[in-house]
Design a protein around this ligand. Sequence first.
Ligand code: F6P
Length: 304
Amino acid sequence: MNAAVRAVVRRGLSAGLEVYGIRRGYEGLLNGEAFPMDLGSVADIIHRGGTILHTARSERFRQAEYQDQAAAWVKAQGLDGLVVIGGEGTFKGMAELCKRGVRAVAVPATIDNDIPHTDYSIGFDTAVNTGVEAVNRLRDTATSHERIFVVETMGRNSGQLALAVGLAGGAESILIPELPIDMKKVCAKLERGIARGKVHSIIVVAEGAAKGFKVAEEIEKCMGTEIRVTVLGHVQRGGTPTAFDRLLASRMGAKAVDALREGYSNVMVGISGTELKLVPLDQVIGAEKPIDMEVYTLAEDLAK
Ligand code: F6P
């Protein structure tokens, strides 16, 4: 997200705009936490994870009276447009502000990559790489000790992250919330592997599909061996962003500023292939981003 903040600030300044940062998202709007940003304010952040602006879950912003208050504050400050960076919850808040006459453009950022109408959201690629790196490391122990490992990734409602980590990490099975879990199939695959001399296996499970420890218990029952579990958790949400994420965030942040200047509002910047596009926010909110079944089937087919 820092790379996106940097792009918004610097593109805005290049265009001769005054740029303000708002700390702590919607909480910051309610508390009047805006401050001017100059070129130096975003120096040395492109390589850092997270956001220098901080973020907050604002419970009160869900209520209409606070949405009114925030919109009135934006107008009173003379802010001509907001760039809102986040996931679906953030976008719902933005839609409320737009209804109240605030102009805003959304930039998708979530490691879950579950936002429809964009191939990627900021943070996903970094999280996938962190997950794959973890699987690589676990594989060393799994091979040496001839063990089965269960790796739990984030993804409360979405299996996009687990699927990418599983396919790129060569996992034997991938369990995701979008598809029913079939433990018999998982165990049968493990047995087939052992029968042909395989000494280790990795099962990737999205936290929203099942708890890693629960999956391990089930496998212990059918395989009769001890299983090791690693829960990646918030480790996946931090760290140096990948070059891909920095490129994406830089392009999307700049595009959001351009879109506001061109008169767009209530839209999200998305990416299709390598092309940036603007998508009306009402097409994004409430829509689903389905799992690519071709990719899932490929993962199954390749992991023997
Ligand atoms: O929405 C992104 C996400 O990383 C989910 O995958 C995860 O379940 C959740 O955030 C964790 O949120 P929190 O930090 O509030 O526990």
